[in-house]
Design a protein around this ligand. Structure first.
Ligand code: ADP
Length: 283
């Protein structure tokens, strides 16, 4: 599903003396069936952008196209439920999306809300749990009494269960240990390759993001600083650093080697590939 921002601005308290222009004339496209990252320092407009995509907010100016939905100021979202059904959001704090007494009820909720047939529901709950690496023993546990990592997995399972075309992950690796981070990265890749999902990830952890995303949208102070394929965007190390954008360490290293020796080690996003490349170069 294509998501497109056309001349989109969003201002909080629009028209008052305290107006905050959170997004300023944004033109960008989220590429379908790929992993897209929205990157930027705190306050740059990332959350506002997500809320515009899932229809929680409407643009002050411009249009957001989400598949067939056209979201503009003054237009009521005629089919808000359909939009929520197409776009699943895994919120930053899993507890924000919990309000049921058991994991099973929590995961079922979205499907019941969207009118899934009852006989499908149990099977889907079990599959969704399995996809995030939790077994049946979790079904009747209280979601509020799980560890941070387990809560996040349940939050993801409850979104996967209703099978949205687009899944937004807001700071998904927060509170996860390194093993859980690795399995989450694998899951996001699988959702893209096997299930053809469009993934949007918002994170400040640029080192982790760089390993698995395809495209990046970089926001700075409510403006679109750069967008495109991650390798192409992050080649602009000096420009990005000047604008206060943290560059992945692997990119920084490859850039330093290039500045000092003139040798470009390649478009690499994996530390093991980098080490192999260095070995080959020193032999
Ligand atoms: P990010 O997610 O990148 O941290 P946000 O989208 O939350 O950025 O915020 C963008 C700008 O909008 C910031 O300057 C922030 O202070 C402001 N902002 C966010 N929410 C509100 C609000 N409810 N009222 C007024 N200003 C807000």
């Amino acid at each position: 599903m294509e998501i497109k921002f056309e001349n989109v601005s969003y201002s909080y308290l629009a028209g008052t003396p305290l107006q905050v222009d959170a997004l300023k004339n944004i033109n960008t496209t989220i590429i379908p069936n790929q992993i897209n990252a929205i990157i930027g320092p705190s306050g740059s407009g990332k959350s506002t952008m997500i809320e515009l995509i899932n229809g929680l907010k409407l643009p002050t100016k411009g249009t957001v196209y989400v598949g067939k939905h056209r979201l503009r100021n003054n237009i009521r979202i005629i089919n808000a439920n359909k939009l929520r059904f197409d776009i699943g959001v895994v919120f930053q704090n899993p507890e924000d999306q919990f309000f049921q007494k058991t994991v099973k009820k929590e995961i079922e909720f979205g499907m019941k809300y969207f009118g899934y047939k009852i006989d499908k529901i149990d099977e889907r709950v079990n599959n969704a749990l399995k996809m995030v690496g939790l077994d049946d023993s979790y079904l009747f546990r209280d979601p509020f009494n799980l560890s941070g990592g387990e809560k996040r997995k349940v939050a993801i399972a409850s979104v996967l269960a209703f099978n949205p075309e687009v899944i937004i992950f807001d700071e998904p690796t927060n509170a996860l240990d390194s093993t859980s981070k690795e399995s989450l990265i694998k899951l996001m890749k699988l959702l893209k390759t096997k299930y053809n999902k469009t993934i949007i990830v918002v994170s400040h952890d640029v080192d982790i993001l760089y390993r698995f995303v395809d495209n990046v949208i970089i926001l700075s102070n409510g403006e679109l600083l750069m967008q495109g394929n991650k390798f192409e965007v992050f080649k602009n190390v000096d420009f990005l650093t000047e604008h206060g954008v943290k560059v992945p360490r692997i990119v920084e290293f490859i850039h330093k080697v290039k500045c000092k020796t003139g040798k470009y080690l390649g478009d690499l996003d994996d530390l093991n590939d980098l080490i192999k490349e260095i070995y080959q170069n020193v032999q």
